[in-house]
Design a protein around this ligand. Sequence first.
Ligand SMILES: Nc1ncnc2c1ncn2[C@@H]1O[C@H](COP(=O)(O)OP(=O)(O)OP(=O)(O)O)[C@@H](O)[C@H]1O
Ligand code: NI
Length: 343
Amino acid sequence: MTDAATRPADAATTAPVLDVRGLSVRFRMRGERYVRAVTDAHFTLEAGQRLALVGESGCGKSVLASALLGLLPENAETAGSALLGDGTDLLAADERTLARTVRGRKVGLVPQSPAAHLTPVRTIRSQLEETVRELLRTPRAAVRKAAEEAAGRASFPADHLDRYPHELSGGLAQRAATALALIGDAPLLLADEPTTGLDRDLVEHTVDELARHTGSSRALLMITHDLAAAERIADRIAVMYAGRIVEICDAEDFFGARGPRHPYARGLLNALPEREFAAIPGMPPELGALPEGCAFAARCGRASEACRVQPPFADLLACHHPVSDRPAADPADPAEALEAEHA
Ligand SMILES: Nc1ncnc2c1ncn2[C@@H]1O[C@H](COP(=O)(O)OP(=O)(O)OP(=O)(O)O)[C@@H](O)[C@H]1O
Ligand code: NI
């Protein structure tokens, strides 16, 4: 643990909203064993950017989010840094700093399940007012108005403010939770599976709202395994496999004609019902027993000897045999190359 790093003042204006460098999280288990939930993650988020972090269940997405919120359990050990635009290192900050100045104020959390996040025995108005008092230190006389404004920003109807959470539809509960998340005006919004359990209309509504609230001054990190939701909201996609980010790609390329370059990312995309509906064979490795080299090699049709060594994350990709940018021919695949030559 080091003291929170601070940037020189002149760099602060150009610093990204979030700059994650070499973030790793491992959990200490009994008998000197470790579960390596996140390994060497690198990414940045500029103001106005919306990044979707996707990957199969258990690949480490939520652990990464918890690390950014300082909400990891006792047995977690972290490495690397996660710098906010003002120089705060989320990995180095102590709990007091995180609780008093970071969560809600610098990092807004859009909860997974608004129903669980809202307090059942209190009206929406009283929850908004409490958060306004806490985060904004608003003078007593102005709290009611500030809470109503907060509701308005998330399009929560004023005539529903005196209702209890159970009296709200799923959509309105989501708006109430979003209103709470936005009160501190945090430059970074973090949403872990904000659309889980919602029907398709509500998914679209929720991600559109998140996009609207990100605007040009904030940044959004959305964790999801819903690729359709990711496509709707994100301008960049980060794909995680077995604790590592294996590719970061513009959403346009990812979902468009070019497609992702990492074979795993391709597999995820092709597993969609509206594409090939073909699941990737096999299972991801246990994070407590990761192989030496590329963790995807055992399931990868393109794997070779080279994959016994961990591929470095370079040029936003960690793969020895990326799928070619040119859809017609692929030099790594002799058969395809031959075909192309004769085409
Ligand atoms: N406190 C802990 N101790 C040990 N292992 C943990 C702990 N918390 C999480 N893990 C492990 O870390 C791995 C990553 O879990 P994580 O919840 O981040 O996955 P995820 O990608 O968010 O999956 P999902 O899509 O299902 O939410 C899992 O193998 C999980 O068992
Ligand atoms: Ni998760």
